[in-house]
Ligand binder design. Sequence first.
Ligand code: GTP
Ligand code: MG
Length: 232
Amino acid sequence: MYGKDTLLGQLNLKELYHLEFGDNELRRLEEWRKLPTLYQLALDELKNKIKLIQTEWKIHNGYSPIEHIKTRIKEPKSILDKLERKGLEMTVDNMVNKIHDIAGMRIVFSFVKDIYSLLDHLRKREDLTILEIKDYIENPKPNGYQSLHLIVAVPLTLFEGQRWMKIEIQMRTLAMDFWASMEHILFYKFEKQVPPHIVKELTEAALAADALDKKMHGLRKEIMGSLEGNNP
Ligand code: GTP
Ligand code: MG
């Protein structure tokens, strides 16, 4: 068991030489040190899978459903803060087992319908497992936030054997992404009391984003429907 400072401190190898650790503790420190690399590799693997799907989709349907993909690894300090918030001990086991968003991927789509098509596809794949689905598109948060969140596990083949790494995937449309980015900048991280009229206006803005998605879907249906054999 380590305090936050010890865990953060071990990132600085020089400090390590002045501390005395048993074999077991050193193994755990090694584990903590290699975690970001493993999560990054898992993200790279997943991104490649998605890119391949994107290419195939383009060949079959004539357009790419995905606007862009972003990935990020949670900063060590944010991981430790999250453990603290959850009242969990700062151990590598807790990080790996209890924090599901150390590796994060955001996939931004043009149309809502394509988010669910990708979900259907991911469900069928054997080279990843969906551990959890939170559908904030079907059930938006009270503030209007919309996205489809998945926790998936992706296998990495290592010397030690196969290891499944967890990744949080957020899938949303451009309109949802625009709203979430603005809302995030304004409030999400500040945890301050938001004046009620601002909350109300933000929620209205989320409804406007939703209406825009529906309008685009209607237009797409009309355009694609007029092309022979297409079923948008
Ligand atoms: P945490 O991971 O601790 O946040 O709890 P959780 O796993 O219950 O969260 P959830 O799956 O609901 O959301 C995880 C992530 O979605 C957050 O870290 C944000 O990136 C994003 N998110 C969730 N709610 C909001 C919101 O209201 N506004 C914005 N901008 N982003 C949100
Ligand atoms: Mg989460």
